[in-house]
Structure formats: structure tokens, C-alpha cells
Design a protein around this ligand. Structure first.
Ligand code: ADP
Length: 418
């Protein structure tokens, strides 16, 4: 199948989030982890997940240009640069520099920026990004360890990241149905980078309709969600036959390395139901390695769904990080999770529930997964997927820290029984 829509995502669980929203259209969505070497068996919608949100600028640009080249070779005619709905970036980039590089490669002189995700409380008004009712710079994002967001104004955030002028198409313009006229006016002034307001899903639909012919759009996953339907109405994209998700037979496992508030509640919920569980402690891992976890896994009966978790409360995480260093603590846990995933697969496990963005990356790597086919959504932005691992069909879901409700693990597993 020739690809029509190609998207590049700057991190892993952000890509699965985008994939889940696009799959709501019924069009088959394929997600590649990294730039593939060949372009065979492509889907109408192809997403390439990169890990370049905080990479050095030159590296991020090179990775994204390689991804674009692959998508173009697959036949894609419309492109999307997906970043976080909290505009995670620094004055150096990487949102602006990547957008400019993709625009140059596509020989297009204007694109839009809209990180709004109204369902998740992210809105853009008069160029300012809000998290719930708080301006971005007053939200917890102000203290992010890698990309602290200390300004809420997207025009000011974007300006130092790009070489050309930045403009705004505000909510009033959108409400008047005058987005195309505003974009043309800005284009005549040489404004290449246009921040567009959006506070609700109707706004995102209006933007998608107005901008459907632009070669490149940039934003959060919610901006992309209406695009397949808009193109279907234009006859540019065939009606989807729905996902052909199938559930491979075999035992299940849950691996949880996220320490977010929601994942802590999800682990507590699963433990309270009395399921077998093994807690990974970073200090024990430093002293004795992860052999005990592997032995415990090997001793589990086939019908059980074991949980291996490093998920801990903030004070415990801080203590472990104080003893071992942030990086080493994370590395020990990720290595153990990766080893557990590979061992479980070798013992016949075919269904994997993973919690945590970095944890998902480590597990996908250990399972040698290069491609995911997107299935049904368990929670908004968290789909079940199918993949190949060492010649076996597996089902896998990967959720970023705060996604899903308390009963997420049981809900995810329950969906496979139906
Ligand atoms: P999230 O999506 O919630 O950010 P991630 O998996 O991306 O989850 O990040 C969690 C990080 O914390 C990982 O690097 C993981 O290895 C590390 N980690 C998990 N448990 C602990 C712990 N108990 N102490 C210290 N670090 C931990």
C-alpha cells in the first residue's frame, strides 16, 4: 500500500499516542521504531518514532531528515512533525530547527505550530499555552529536569529556535473562519512559522480542514487526529477497513518502570488484587544484579500474569537516586526490565504491558521490535499493538507515566480476553 501520510515523532510513547489517535479513523497505522532500512509492506499512515526530543540539535535534525527521506520514498504526500503538547524544548531546539529543516527539504515556505490537546487539558490562546487553567510556565513543566518551560508564550519560545519570523493566527481568526486568509496574509509578509490557537476539538477540526493541503504541519497528537477523516472526505485517502488486530496466544506479563503518580496508583491497584509481583530495588540491583528477578519469573505458573515493578513513591526514588545517582538508578532498572522482557518471551510470554516511556524504549530494544501495528485503544493515547519479536507474534502496549486510569493493568489484560 502506498503511504499517504508520514509522521515523525520526537519520542517513543509520544509516537504511540499519535498512532492511537490516528487509528481512530479506521485507517491502518504502522509505527516504526527508528528509521527503517528498507521500505517494504508500507501502510497508508506511517509513523517513525525517534528519540530526539533532547538530543543535540544537529543530531535531531539529521535523524528527522533521514526519517523524512524514508517517508517520501514510501510515497507520503503529507507530513507531520509531532512533539509534546507542552512544547518540550529549549532555546536551541529541537522543535524549530527540525521544522525548518523539514520545510527546506519539502521546499515549502510556511508551516503551523499547534501543540493543543484539549482532551488532556492543553490549549493555546492568543499564542499562550495552558496546562489546564495554568499558563505553561506556572505548571509543573517549569521544573522539568531537561526542558524546563519558563515562558508560556509560544511565539517567544519558538522565535530563538528558528531563523525566520514567527506569527500568530489567533482564536478570533479561527472563529471567523478566516484561517486561510490569515495564513496568506502572513505568507505575503514572509512569515514562515505560524502559531495557531486552539482551545477545543472543534478548533482542531477547523485547522485540519484549512491546512489539509499544507505539505508539513507541526503540533501535538490531537492536531493530527482529524486529518485522515478530512482526507477521506476529499477522496485523498481510502476509507479504512479498521485495524486487523489479533491476539497471539500465550501468557502475559506486566513490567512497570514508571514512577509517576498514576503508575503508582495502577501498581497499588494490581497488587491489591493479589496478583504475583516482584519488586525491583535499585540498590539490590546494584549489589546483586537482576538474577533474583529472572529466577522468580521462571518459577511463575503459566496461567499467572506476573508484575515486575520498580515503581516507587517519590521519596524512595529520591533516596535511590541519592545513593546511586539518577542515571545509574535508571540504568539498573531499565537493564533489569529489558532482561525480564527477553526472558519472559523466551519462556513463551506473548502479551506485554509496559509502563513508562524510557522503560518502553528499553523493553522494545530488548525484544528487538522495529515495527508496531496499531490496534484498539485501552485508554486515550494508549493502544494495544502487535509486533514481531525473535520470530514470534506478540501483543504489546506501552503507556507513558500518567496515562490510563487506576485499573489500567486489569483493563488492558481484560481487553485481550474479549
Ligand atoms: P515515565 O513515563 O513515568 O516518565 P519512564 O520509564 O520514562 O517513566 O521513566 C522512569 C525512570 O525512572 C526510568 O529510567 C526508570 O528506570 C527509573 N526508575 C524506575 N524505578 C525507579 C526507582 N525505584 N528508583 C530510581 N529510579 C527508578
Amino acid at each position: 500500500m502506498t503511504t499517504f501520510f508520514g509522521a515523525i515523532a520526537d519520542d517513543f510513547t509520544g509516537a504511540t499516542d499519535l498512532a492511537a489517535l490516528l487509528a481512530r479513523s479506521g485507517v491502518p497505522v504502522s509505527l516504526r521504531l527508528g528509521v527503517p532500512k528498507t521500505a517494504d509492506d508500507t501502510a497508508q499512515i506511517e509513523i517513525i518514532a525517534l528519540k530526539c526530543r533532547t538530543a543535540p540539535k544537529g543530531e535531531a535534525v539529521a535523524q528527522c531528515r533521514a526519517a523524512l527521506a524514508w517517508l517520501r520514498a514510501a510515497g507520503a504526500q503529507r507530513f507531520f512533525w509531532k512533539y509534546c503538547s507542552t512544547f518540550d524544548s529549549t532555546a536551541q531546539g529541537n522543535i524549530g530547527p527540525v521544522a525548518e529543516a523539514l520545510m527546506a527539504d519539502l521546499a515549502t515556505d510556511q508551516t503551523i505550530y499547534c501543540p493543543a490537546f484539549p482532551e488532556n487539558g492543553r490549549s493555546v490562546f492568543m499564542g499562550n499555552l495552558f496546562v489546564g487553567e495554568q499558563p505553561l510556565a506556572e505548571s509543573p513543566m517549569k521544573d522539568h529536569p531537561l526542558t524546563p518551560m519558563r515562558d508560556s508564550n509560544l511565539l517567544r519560545l519558538l522565535a530563538p529556535q528558528v531563523t525566520g519570523p514567527v506569527g500568530l493566527a489567533n482564536r478570533l481568526t479561527l472563529a471567523k473562519g478566516a484561517l486561510n486568509a490569515r495564513l496568506a496574509e502572513l505568507a505575503a509578509q514572509g512569515v514562515a512559522h505560524v502559531v495557531v490557537d486552539a482551545v477545543c476539538n472543534d478548533d482542531l477540526w477547523a485547522i485540519a480542514e484549512a491546512c489539509q493541503s499544507m505539505p508539513l504541519l507541526t503540533g501535538g497528537s490531537a492536531l493530527a487526529a482529524p486529518l485522515p477523516v478530512v482526507w477521506q472526505r476529499q477522496g485523498l485517502m481510502p476509507k479504512g477497513a479498521g485495524t486487523n488486530f489479533f491476539v497471539p496466544a500465550g501468557p502475559s506479563i506486566i513490567l512497570s518502570g514508571s514512577c509517576s503518580a498514576m503508575t503508582n496508583a495502577q501498581v497499588a491497584d494490581y497488587l491489591a488484587a493479589g496478583h504475583p509481583a516482584f519488586r525491583l530495588d535499585p540498590s539490590d540491583l546494584a549489589a546483586q544484579g537482576h538474577g533474583a528477578a529472572l529466577d522468580w519469573l521462571a518459577s511463575q505458573p503459566r496461567h499467572a500474569t506476573p508484575l515486575v515493578y520498580a515503581t516507587a513513591a517519590p521519596a524512595q526514588v529520591k533516596a535511590a537516586q541519592g545513593r546511586l545517582g539518577i542515571e545509574q538508578a535508571g540504568h539498573l532498572v531499565e537493564t533489569a526490565m529489558a532482561a525480564c522482557a527477553a526472558a519472559a518471551r523466551d519462556h513463551g510470554t506473548r502479551r506485554f504491558v509496559i509502563a513508562g516511556g524510557e522503560t518502553s524504549g528499553a523493553v522494545a530494544n530488548a525484544l528487538c521490535i522495529t515495527r508496531l501495528q496499531i490496534g484498539p485503544e485501552i485508554a486515550p493515547g494508549v493502544p494495544w499493538c502487535t509486533a514481531q519479536s525473535a520470530g514470534h507474534d506478540i501483543a504489546i502496549t506501552m503507556k507513558s507515566g500518567n496515562f490510563g486510569r487506576e485499573g489500567f493493568f486489569a483493563e488492558a489484560l481484560g481487553m485481550l480476553k474479549r
